[in-house]
Design a protein around this ligand. Structure first.
Ligand code: GLC
Ligand code: GLC
Length: 812
C-alpha cells in the first residue's frame, strides 16, 4: 500500500498543515461561530450559508462533481507568463510551493509561482455575518511584477435544493447590483426576501463580472475562464442565468513589496420597511457598516486576533498534559474543535452531507451538546430548549427540525423510540456542568404550539414515560420506527425501491419488535433521572422510576441475554436478532455498549462476557464493527441495514459513533488496557501516520464510518466531520479514561487507564473554579486511593465544588 504523506500536525499553532493539494479526498475545515458559516477545502472549494445550509445558501456548490470539489472562492493570478491559483485549484497550474493550514475557525492557503507569493487567510470574525478573505501578495523576486488578479464567487439562489432543480424559473430570476468595489446579489429581493449578499474588496477595481457565462465562457471550465485567460474583464451585468461575483484588479509589486487586499463575502437582512433606498435599489446601510468595520489590514488583523483569543479561552477549559503528543493534540485541540462543529451543524452540511437533506436531529443534537456543553453552556441551554420544543405531549418527538425555523421537520416524521431518552442525557450533562437547575423550570411548548407549555422537567418525565408506555411482550422497549440504528427497520417491510426505509409506513400495530439498545439506554438515563429527582427532593418520582429501571434490568437479564452477549432486538414477529441462533449478524455492538454502560448483570458476569465477545467477534485492526458476521443478503424484515454491502455503513462497518459505548463499558468494568486499545484504534492522530492514503478522509477528525473487516477495502474512511463520534470520543476520554467527571456537587475523579500510564495533569475550569489536577497512576487500571485538595485529603473521590483556584493531587 502506497503510504505517501499529505500533511502533518502543527500542535504549537493548533493547525493541520497540508503540503500536497492532491489529498486523497478534499480535506476541509469550517469557518464561522454562530450564524454565518463556511465550508472550505484545502484547495479553497466549498460554500457559505447563513444559519441553514438549505434555506439560506449564499454561494453555490455542486456535490459529487467531476472533477471533485469544483466551485469555491477562487483567486486567479495572471502574471503574463502563467495563470495560477494560490490554492492550486481551479487552475491546477503546478506551484513552486503550496501549503494549506487548517486552524481553529480559519484556513490559510499559500501558493507561490514565478517569484510571487499569494497567501489567503479565510475566517469569519466573531459576531459577523461575513467571511473575510485576506489576500497577501508578495513579490519575492528581483523584478517588478504586474499582476492581473481576478476573484470569483458563484451565487446560490438561496434555497440550495431548488437552486439545483428548478431551472425553468431560476434562469430568469437572478439579479445583482454593482456599487464601487462591491457586487450585490439580490435575487428574489424584489418580492418576499429581505436578505441579500455581497462581495466586496477594499481597493479600487479596474473591472468586474457578474454573469457566469460571460466570465467563464459557456464551453469552458473554472480552470480556463475566458476573462482570466485573456486578462480582460467583461464588466458583465447579470440578468437571470447564473449570477456570479468577480473583481478585476491590476496589482504592481516592486521587488520585495507586499500588498494586502481584503475581500469580504457578506450577508444582510433588512427590516421590511427599510428594504429599499430607492425604487429597485436595495438598502445597503448594513453592508456598508460591516465593510467599514473590516476594510483595513489593521482592522482585519484585530478581528483575527479576537477569534484566536476566543479559541484560546475555549480550549483552556479542559487541557491535559500527558506527554503523549498524539493523545494531547486530540484532547486539547481537534476533538474539542470537532465537538463545536458537530454542535453547530448537527448532520446538515459537510462534504458528505449536502446540507439539503437533513436538519438538526433530536437524538443527534442531544448527543452533540454533551461534547460541547463545557465550552459555551448558554448555547447548550438554548439548544436543549429548542429540541424539547419539538417534542409531542406523549414524549415522542420529531426526528429532526430545521435550524432556521426551529420547527419539527414533517418530512422525516417521528416514532424513533430512542429519541426521548436522549433529552435526559443532554439535560443532565448541562446541569452537571453548570449547576444551573433553573433550566428545569423553563416553560417549554410541545410541537412549538403556543399555550402547550410545561416545565422542562415535565418534558423529561414524559420522555421516560414514553419508554415505559411502549413496552413489548418481553417488557423490553418497543423499537418503533428505529432506535439509534436508523437502518434497523423492523417495522418497515419494503420490496419497493422507490420507498425510503426512513419514512415509509411504520407498521408498528401488532409489532413485537423490541430493542435491547433502548433497554440499556433507558437504564442509563433512568438512573440519571432518579439521581436528578432525588437531588430535587422528588422522592416519590425517584422511587417510581427506580422501579421501572429495576424492572427493565430484570427484563434484560431474563429475555435479553444470549449466553455470551446481549441480544440486539426482537423482530416484528418476536424472533431474536443478534443471537447465536441467527444465521448472520449474530452479535451487534449497540446493545453491548448500552447494556455494559448500564452495568446490567455485572454481578453475574454478563458485562465481562459481553465485553470479551466484542473483542472476539467485533474487533479488527481498524476498530469494532457494528455487527458480525455481516449480512450477505437483503432481509426484508430487517430493512436498510441489510441493504448495504458487507463491511459498509450499518452493515458491519466500523460505525465509529458506537465504539465509545463499549469503551465506556470497559472503563466502568475497570479494564483500562482494553479501553485504551479500543480507543487508540479510532483516534485520528493514531490513524494519521499509518493510513493517510488508505483512510482517505481528514486525519485530524473522526469520520462516521470506517470500512470494516468484511469490506472490500477495510480501513477506508467515509462521512467525515459530522458524526456523534466527536461527542462520544470526548466524553470517553475526558470523563472515563482521564477520569474527570462533572457531578451536581463537584468534580468526580475516577480514571481508568492502561497499566503503562504515566503521571498527567489536567487543567479544568469548572463553573467559577479552576482546578489543576495531577494524577499519579501506579500500574493498576482503576481505583482512586486518595484525593488531596489544596493540601488536605478529602473523603471519597469527588472534589466538592468551590469557586477559586485549587490544586489537586490524586493517587491511585
Ligand atoms: C447517523 C445518524 C444518527 C444515527 C446513526 C446510526 O449518524 O445521524 O442519528 O443514529 O446514523 O444509524
Ligand atoms: C442512512 C444512513 C444512516 C443515517 C440515516 C438517516 O440510512 O445510513 O447512517 O442515520 O440515513 O438519515
Amino acid at each position: 500500500m502506497e503510504n505517501k504523506r499529505y500533511g502533518h500536525f502543527d500542535d504549537q499553532q493548533r493547525e493541520y498543515v497540508i503540503t500536497d493539494p492532491r489529498t486523497p479526498w478534499p480535506w476541509i475545515n469550517y469557518l464561522g461561530n454562530e450564524d454565518f458559516f463556511s465550508l472550505i477545502s484545502n484547495t479553497a472549494g466549498g460554500y457559505s450559508f447563513y444559519k441553514d445550509a438549505k434555506f439560506r445558501r449564499i454561494t453555490r456548490y455542486r456535490y459529487n462533481n467531476v472533477p471533485m470539489d469544483n466551485g469555491g472562492r477562487y483567486f486567479y493570478i495572471n502574471d503574463g507568463q502563467a495563470v495560477w491559483s494560490p490554492g492550486w485549484k481551479p487552475m491546477k497550474t503546478p506551484l513552486d510551493f503550496y501549503e494549506c493550514r487548517h486552524g481553529m475557525g480559519y484556513t490559510r492557503i499559500t501558493g507561490r509561482k514565478n517569484g510571487v507569493e499569494a497567501s489567503v487567510l479565510f475566517f469569519v470574525p466573531l459576531k459577523t455575518w461575513a467571511e473575510v478573505q485576506k489576500l497577501t501578495l508578495t513579490n519575492q523576486s528581483q523584478e517588478v511584477k504586474t499582476l492581473k488578479l481576478f476573484s470569483f464567487e458563484e451565487w446560490c439562489l438561496w434555497n440550495a435544493a431548488t437552486d439545483m432543480e428548478n431551472f425553468q424559473r431560476n434562469f430568469s430570476t437572478g439579479e445583482v447590483e454593482i456599487e464601487g468595489s462591491t457586487i450585490y446579489h439580490k435575487t428574489e429581493y424584489r418580492e418576499r426576501r429581505n436578505h441579500y449578499a455581497y462581495y466586496h474588496v477594499n481597493a479600487e477595481i479596474q473591472g468586474f463580472d457578474t454573469d457566469r457565462e460571460t466570465f467563464v465562457g459557456l464551453y469552458n471550465e473554472f480552470s480556463n475562464p475566458d476573462a482570466v485567460m485573456e486578462g480582460r474583464p467583461r464588466n458583465s451585468h447579470a440578468h437571470g442565468w447564473s449570477p456570479i461575483a468577480s473583481h478585476y484588479i491590476e496589482v504592481t509589486l516592486q521587488p520585495g513589496e507586499s500588498k494586502d487586499l481584503i475581500f469580504l463575502l457578506g450577508y444582510v437582512e433588512n427590516e421590511q420597511d427599510k428594504k429599499f433606498s430607492a425604487p429597485q435599489v436595495i438598502n445597503k446601510d448594513k453592508a456598508h457598516a460591516t465593510i467599514e468595520k473590516l476594510n483595513t489590514t489593521e482592522k482585519v488583523d484585530m478581528a483575527f486576533a479576537q477569534l484566536c483569543d476566543y479559541w484560546d479561552r475555549l480550549l483552556d477549559i479542559y487541557h491535559v498534559s500527558t506527554g503523549n503528543p498524539k493523545l494531547d493534540r486530540m484532547v486539547n485541540i481537534w476533538n474539542q474543535y470537532q465537538c463545536m462543529v458537530t454542535f453547530n451543524f448537527s448532520r446538515s452540511a459537510s462534504f458528505f452531507e449536502s446540507g439539503v437533506g437533513r436538519g438538526m436531529g433530536f437524538r443527534d443534537s442531544n448527543q452533540d451538546l454533551v461534547g460541547f456543553v463545557h465550552q459555551i453552556p448558554p448555547r447548550a441551554r438554548e439548544r436543549i430548549i429548542d429540541i424539547a420544543s419539538t417534542q409531542f405531549p406523549d414524549g415522542g418527538c420529531y426526528h429532526q427540525y430545521q435550524p432556521l425555523t426551529k420547527r419539527g421537520n414533517n418530512d422525516i416524521g417521528g416514532g424513533f423510540n430512542d429519541d426521548p431518552c436522549w433529552l435526559i442525557f443532554g439535560t443532565v450533562a448541562y446541569i452537571k456542568e453548570t449547576g444551573d437547575f433553573s433550566i428545569l423550570d423553563e416553560m417549554v411548548p410541545f410541537d412549538n404550539q403556543p399555550g402547550s407549555e410545561v416545565t422542562l422537567f415535565e418534558h423529561l418525565k414524559v420522555s421516560m414515560d414514553h419508554v415505559i408506555n411502549n413496552l413489548g411482550p418481553h417488557l423490553l422497549p418497543l423499537i418503533g420506527r428505529a432506535d439509534w440504528n436508523d437502518c434497523l427497520n423492523l417495522n418497515c417491510f419494503s420490496w419497493d425501491p422507490n420507498e425510503s426505509f426512513q419514512t415509509t409506513e411504520n407498521k408498528s400495530e401488532g409489532s413485537k419488535a423490541e430493542s435491547l439498545m433502548i433497554a440499556g439506554l433507558f437504564v442509563v438515563t433512568g438512573k440519571q433521572y432518579v439521581e436528578l429527582c432525588r437531588k430535587l427532593g422528588k422522592d416519590a418520582e425517584a422511587d417510581r422510576m427506580q422501579q421501572a429501571v429495576d424492572a427493565m434490568i430484570a427484563a434484560v437479564k431474563k429475555d435479553g441475554w444470549d449466553g455470551e452477549w446481549y441480544l440486539r432486538a426482537y423482530d416484528y414477529f418476536g424472533r431474536k436478532i443478534g443471537s447465536n441462533e441467527c444465521e448472520e449478524a449474530k452479535i451487534f455492538i449497540e446493545s453491548q455498549g448500552w447494556c455494559t454502560m448500564a452495568e446490567i448483570g455485572a454481578e453475574d458476569g454478563m458485562v465481562g462476557k459481553a465485553l470479551d465477545s466484542c473483542k472476539k467477534y467485533l474487533e479488527c485492526e481498524h476498530g469494532m464493527v457494528l455487527n458480525n458476521p455481516a449480512f450477505t443478503k437483503y432481509i426484508y424484515e430487517y430493512g436498510e441495514i441489510s441493504s448495504y454491502p458487507e463491511g459498509y455503513k450499518e452493515n458491519a462497518g466500523i460505525f465509529c459513533h458506537n465504539n465509545p459505548w463499549v469503551i465506556i463499558g470497559e472503563t466502568l468494568a475497570g479494564r483500562g488496557n482494553d479501553a485504551w486499545s479500543h480507543y487508540a484504534k479510532i483516534l485520528p492522530s493514531y490513524v494519521e501516520e499509518k493510513y493517510q492514503t488508505l483512510h482517505k478522509v481528514e486525519p485530524y477528525v473522526n469520520c462516521q464510518m470506517v470500512a470494516g473487516k468484511d469490506a472490500f477495502r477495510p480501513g477506508e474512511g467515509k462521512n467525515s466531520w459530522l458524526t456523534g463520534t466527536a461527542a462520544w470520543m470526548w466524553l470517553t476520554v475526558s470523563q472515563y479514561i482521564l477520569g474527570i467527571k462533572p457531578q451536581y456537587d463537584g468534580l468526580q475523579i475516577d480514571p481508568c487507564l492502561p497499566e503503562t500510564a504515566k503521571d498527567y495533569t489536567i487543567q479544568r475550569r469548572f463553573r467559577d473554579a479552576e482546578y489543576t489536577i495531577t494524577i499519579h497512576p501506579n500500574g493498576s487500571q482503576k481505583g482512586v486511593k486518595q484525593v488531596v485538595v489544596d493540601g488536605k485529603a478529602i473523603e471519597g473521590n469527588t472534589i466538592p465544588y468551590a469557586a477559586g483556584k485549587h490544586i489537586v493531587e490524586v493517587t491511585m
